[in-house]
Design a protein around this ligand. Structure first.
Ligand code: ZN
Ligand code: ZN
Ligand code: FE
Length: 756
């Protein structure tokens, strides 16, 4: 035995189970080096429950070891807990890293994909390095994780790298504890690892300098499909109007903003205004698309984001991106899919985009174990406002304020993601998409299976929306699950945000979104709830208007404008302000609205934004969800502080007076920038007043803001500020998007609260 400090203190053997994100981040070599430095003997291994360390030493030595484990852990590791057990000394005579165990509960956390680190960028750009120009360079601090993992514990045979045998030099690095690539599971080089190929539409391949070929194509205005981490991107020169125009036409995406990848921060600053916080997000290991304000006079094509003054910018996050962007930048990089279908991730699906959309492709032979789109966020004040939480964040767990059985939250219909829980951890899936698309629904079902298997979770409770026609609801009800829990859509929104903030007591929940089914069978979407995780009361809501044609009105804001105008003004005004609706259609719609034929009443806030946007002629028909509101926000003059009139009439928050004033302002020739700003100010004031009246009745001061309408950071800012001035504590989402991507975790939180 080795009492290394020579004292007479008793030697004991302790076993530590370190839980958290500790696999695939260089944790074992870190433990090894620390143990050797502290002259402790024993071993370390990965297990499905985390990293297990056995060390022998004095109490002082082992305490020092634990302390330094916590304070000096590798950059991408995050320790959730360290539990310890004491044994009699075994008599270890050295420290070693031993084989992984693969049985037992799988509680080890799987890491998200991590953007290429600085050291690896140096390797690929250094002409003297053996990885110079190699597009799959990675190390324990960076590289693919979630997108290549097929099982846990995270070891090479359980990744999509298993078919590549490491060459001698890679093996040496992999086995050398002093090396940056020690046990880096995707370790590879040009000699032994995956390679890239340039693929023409006719199936011909070019293996010679594929990235140079791709850059050449892009320079000529062609569209390339490029295989990335979680799927294919479609890309083209971000300064070339013709190329972008063609991409939009072929992808059937006429107006929705396209993300742009820039070579480096300096290049982003030529086109965008950048704060320190935004820069931090762009350079973070998750490398999300970060929505920034565009600078005037930048060189990007105006077709990138025709509806906004914003640019969704991101940096290269794989060596392949770095190598390509060093040849041509900036590039449009959008998900490789058609319209609402899931992202294309393997060569069998490639024909869906290569040919119909892309003129050529860069493919590689490292399989993508699971699809994962890029994440999108903005910086709002000092926190993140996610638009889409996917690559780089998934499958990191979100801590819930309670624990219980394994729950599956199936989510909503649009922007679906689902959620699995274990104890007090929620695992929210990557972006799945719009389930009404057949391929997205298949993806949804497969991913539920896949993630349940990966995490070894068999849900005993399945939570779903009230809406019987959502495919996520049908999935929950048609699969013979033991326990199902129906959760009202807006309650789920509020519950998700409460769970993010660890709130359990009753709050005022403001849920403003497009549409969700209410418990009274009507369409909700502008709701003030008094809620905790178990239940809610609907205590105020927006005044209801007919939604002619139901769902059809969603793509046609002018229909909602007609409904608002017929109610608040008159036919002649409606006809004047909505020249896009022809006589016949107008007559039919008017009848539908007055008779209530196929025109359900809705209290949706999203539809209010649609109506105003169409009245102003800002957006009369939409090609993507939220377009009318996005345009309306973009035209607002944020220096305008005045507001319109509104009524708080019993349960209903009534913006009718505002609609009538807007009609007068339009007639007076008031600018839309001013009207839009006053509209936003009024909605914020309405929220403030409704909360005030609820607080007066119930003596509450915590307000939750959730729902897709709060993706509008202008409104979110106005409402938060107003509520804070009124003395409320205001909470908005910072871990999940406020849109329906948060629904699954909200459902799970409600189900847990009800079952425990
Ligand atoms: Zn690296
Ligand atoms: Zn190699
Ligand atoms: Fe919603």
């Amino acid at each position: 035995m080795n009492g290394s400090n020579g004292s007479l203190e008793t030697i004991s053997c302790i076993r530590l189970l370190i839980k958290g994100a500790v696999q695939g981040v260089g944790f074992r070599p870190f433990v090894y080096r620390l143990a050797v430095e502290l002259k402790l003997n024993g071993n370390v291994r990965n297990s499905p429950g985390g990293v297990v360390v056995e060390i022998e030493g004095t109490t002082g030595q082992t305490a020092e070891f634990i302390r330094r484990c916590e304070t000096e852990a590798p950059p991408n590791a995050s320790i959730h807990s360290i539990s310890r057990l004491e044994f009699d000394p075994v008599g270890y005579d050295h420290f070693e890293i031993i084989e992984s165990e693969s049985d037992g509960f799988r509680t080890a956390l799987i890491l998200p994909d991590i953007a290429t680190c600085k050291d690896c960028i140096n390797d690929i750009t250094n002409a003297a390095d053996r990885r110079h120009g190699y597009p799959f360079t990675n190390c324990t601090n960076c590289g693919p994780r979630f997108s290549i993992i097929e099982g846990i514990p995270y070891d090479r045979p359980k990744t999509s790298m298993k078919k590549f045998d490491m060459c001698d030099r890679c093996s040496d690095e992999y086995g050398n504890v002093e090396d940056r690539r020690f046990h880096a599971q995707p370790n590879a080089c040009a000699k032994c690892g995956p390679g890239i190929t340039f693929l023409h539409t006719d199936g011909q391949e070019t293996r010679e300098a594929p990235l140079a070929c791709a850059a050449e194509q892009l320079r000529c205005g062609r569209i390339m499909a490029i295989k990335g981490l979680g799927g294919y991107h479609l890309c083209c020169d971000a300064t070339n109007d013709d190329a972008i125009d063609r991409l939009r036409a072929r992808k059937n995406r006429p107006a929705k903003a396209l993300a742009v990848m820039f070579r480096d921060i300096a290049e982003i600053e030529l086109d965008c205004i950048l704060s320190d916080a935004e820069r931090k997000e762009l350079e973070s290991p998750a490398c999300p698309i970060t929505v920034l304000h565009a600078k005037e006079g930048g060189k990007l094509s105006p077709l990138i984001a025709p509806d906004t003054n914003d640019i969704g910018a991101f940096l290269p996050y794989t060596p392949l991106h770095h190598l390509l962007l060093s040849k041509i930048s900036p590039l449009v990089m959008t998900s490789g899919n058609l319209a609402d279908e899931p992202i294309v991730s393997d060569e069998r699906e490639l024909s869906r985009i290569l040919g119909p959309i892309a003129d050529a492709a860069v493919v590689h032979d490292r399989p993508i174990a699971r699809k994962c789109d890029d994440s999108v966020l903005r910086v709002f004040g000092s926190q993140r406002l996610f638009i889409r939480r996917s690559r780089g964040y998934v499958p990191s767990c979100i801590k819930l304020p309670m624990s219980g059985p394994v729950v599956l939250g199936c989510g909503a219909e649009l922007k679906n993601s689902f959620c699995l829980t274990r104890d007090n951890m929620a695992f929210v899936s990557q972006h799945i998409g719009d389930l009404s698309d057949h391929k997205s629904y298949e993806f949804f079902k497969r991913e539920i299976e896949d993630l349940s298997t990966l995490f070894d979770l068999a849900p005993t409770v399945v939570a779903h929306d009230l809406h019987p026609d959502y495919l996520s609801t049908r999935y929950a009800l048609e699969n013979d699950f033991e326990n199902t829990v129906a959760v009202q859509h807006h309650h789920a929104h509020i519950a998700a945000c409460m769970a993010e903030h660890g709130l359990l007591d009753k709050v005022i929940g403001v849920a403003f979104d497009g549409m969700g089914l209410g418990d009274d069978g009507t369409l909700w979407g502008g709701e003030f709830l008094v809620a905790d995780l178990v239940g809610y009361e609907r205590i105020r809501h927006l005044k209801k208007y007919a939604q002619p044609g139901g769902d059809q009105a969603t793509a046609s804001p002018e229909r909602m404008a007609l409904s608002y105008l017929l109610t608040e003004s008159d036919y002649a005004t409606a006809k004047r302000l909505l020249p896009g609706i022809d006589e016949n259609e107008l007559a039919t719609l008017c009848q539908m609205i007055t008779n209530g034929f196929r025109s359900p009443l809705t209290s949706s806030a999203g539809r209010l934004f649609d109506a105003v946007s169409a009245m102003l002629g800002v957006c009369r028909r939409t090609s993507y969800e939220g377009q009318a509101a996005i345009r309306l926000q973009a035209v607002a003059n944020r220096r305008v502080t005045e507001l319109y009139d509104f009524n708080l009439d019993g349960e209903a928050l009534d913006f009718g007076p505002m609609i009538r004033e807007i009609v007068l302002d339009i007639a007076d020739g008031t600018g839309i920038d001013r009207i839009s700003a006053m509209f936003h100010n009024t909605v914020a004031a309405g929220i403030g007043e409704a909360c005030e009246s609820i607080a007066a009745e119930r003596n509450m001061k915590q307000v939750i803001l959730s729902g897709g309408v709060f993706q509008n950071e202008f409104l979110l800012g106005l409402a938060s500020e107003r509520l804070r001035q009124q003395g409320f504590e205001v909470y908005s989402h910072f871990l999940l998007p406020p849109n329906d991507a948060c629904i699954a975790m909200g459902q799970a939180a409600v189900a847990l609260a009800r079952t425990t």
